[in-house]
Design a protein around this ligand. Structure first.
Ligand code: ADP
Ligand code: ASP
Ligand code: MG
Length: 439
């Protein structure tokens, strides 16, 4: 079984959906995971924001605009009157559902139900398109099998069991279509795997069915060696190891959802990144082994907050770090970087929901300083062999950039540095030049 995920741009218009239909029309048995059409989830987030603010008029205006866009997609997607009517009916039913939320109380629960409509629409339209073109497929609702637990983590045994059950109901089918991103939580409510979560859906689905390969189809020729939105002359990489890809995704490479590598890694299923706009390009293969040594890629993660706890008296005394970590654990806030000295310990976090509570608790141990608007730059590669000289290259590239923290040696494939976000672009560019364009 293959799992193929198509992102927002890949299904972003009627023309693009038709291209996807061509790409998937091959004999292998497969599950196709679709995102919402590009821009839809952002629009739904905006609609929800208006509804939170009780700005019903603005919400309705935005809903109508989005509905109109979908009506145009239907006109372009379908050839026959019957399918145009089916498409328009489908759209009205989803938009009537969204409009119903303008009448009543609006909470996180309603917001999640609204956010799910993008993937519901794209998959249903695509399914109709296949039907109109006599390509047999089965639409399996992600809400029937994709589930997260009380900590927001996927319930992998439930997913496996329920997905196998859904597939078994259609034993003769060779082509399954399902929604990325959306799921149910432990209360059975509609929920999601966070923004960009369709990659995560694909990886969880791949692991659940023990797929031979998970393919992530997007709008670029594979994993680039630096962020192409910021740096010029970035190049696609032929291959990455699971650990390298996980590190880069976690530290800001938008091409993959931060959690999406782990399920594939645990199940040892190769992940192939491909370009829908240029299917002939090789793309990137992410698997267990890595052929090339040395520095491979750079990524950056924004909105980082650094917290420094200074305590001459207690620092590094037996049990001190445990007490510090316990505070972060209490507030379910994960730490990205950590450094220690004789008199201080510094950590970085990206989730500041409980920052005030954390600071208050940390103050029991010493003085606390907080620094915001920071970025982590993560340099990834295979540093095991020929490990000499990498640090020198990296830090000489950054000679003119003030570095706030350094993390090196935590693993064999990651060097991270903390800089102010205003220095990020220059840091990425100068690292790119020094590490990848020097000869
Ligand atoms: P999709 O909608 O298909 O999920 P995304 O927009 O989430 O696509 O991810 C693809 C985008 O990720 C690319 O268009 C590119 O701008 C961005 N990106 C950021 N870092 C990288 C990288 N290292 N390699 C490739 N693309 C990257
Ligand atoms: N549609 C969702 C989003 O825009 C999920 C995804 O595209 O991966 O975040
Ligand atoms: Mg994405």
């Amino acid at each position: 079984m293959l799992v193929l995920k198509f992102g927002g741009t890949s299904v972003g218009s009627a023309a693009r959906m038709k291209e996807v239909a061509k790409l998937i029309n091959t004999p292998e048995r497969k599950i196709v995971v679709l995102s919402a059409m590009t821009g839809t989830t952002n629009s739904l987030v905006e609609i929800a924001a208006y509804l939170y603010k009780k700005n019903i008029e603005a919400a309705i205006e935005k809903i109508k605009l989005l509905e109109k866009n979908y009506q145009l997609v239907v006109e372009e997607l379908f050839e026959t009157k019957t399918f145009r009517e089916k498409g328009l009916e489908l759209i009205s039913s989803h938009f009537n559902y969204i409009k119903a939320f303008t009448q009543d109380m609006f909470t996180l629960f309603e917001e999640k139900a609204i956010l799910a409509q993008g993937e519901m629409l794209s998959t249903a339209l695509f399914y109709f398109y296949l039907e109109e073109n006599h390509i047999q497929s089965t639409l399996i609702p992600a809400l029937n099998f994709m589930r997260i637990d009380e900590d927001g983590e996927p319930n992998t045994s439930f997913i496996k069991e329920q997905l196998q059950h859904e597939l078994a109901l259609h034993n003769a089918s060779n082509l399954f279509i399902t929604q990325g991103f959306i799921c149910r939580n432990t209360f059975g409510e509609i929920d999601n795997l966070k923004r960009g979560g369709s990659d995560y859906s694909a990886s969880l689905i791949g692991a659940a069915v023990e797929a031979t390969e998970i393919q992530i189809w997007t709008d670029i020729d594979g994993f680039h060696n630096n962020d192409p939105r910021i740096v010029e002359n970035t190049k696609p990489l032929a291959g990455l190891s699971f650990d390298e890809a996980a590190e880069l995704a976690y530290f800001g490479a938008k091409i993959l959802h931060p959690s999406s590598v782990l399920p594939a890694k645990l199940a040892n299923i190769p992940v192939r990144l491909k370009n829908t706009m240029n299917p002939g390009a090789t793309g990137t293969i992410i698997c267990n082994e890595t052929k090339n040594k040395g520095i491979k890629a750079i990524a950056a993660k924004d909105n980082i907050t650094a917290i420094k706890i200074k305590s001459g008296r207690m620092l590094l005394a037996h049990g001190f770090l445990r007490k510090v970590f316990e505070i972060f654990e209490t507030y379910k806030t994960s730490i990205d970087m950590i450094t220690t000295s004789e008199v201080a310990v510094s950590v970085t976090i990206d989730d500041t929901k409980f920052l005030n509570e954390i600071i208050l608790d940390l103050k029991k141990f010493g003085t606390v300083e907080v620094d915001t608007a920071l970025s982590i730059i993560c340099i990834v590669g295979d540093f095991i062999a020929e490990s000499k000289g990498y640090a020198l290259k990296i830090f000489s590239a950054l000679e003119n950039i003030p570095i706030r923290m350094i993390s090196y040696g935590g693993s064999f494939h990651n060097v991270s540095v903390l800089v102010t976000t205003s220095d990020k672009k220059e840091a990425l560019e100068t690292l790119h030049k020094t590490l990848f364009e020097h000869d």
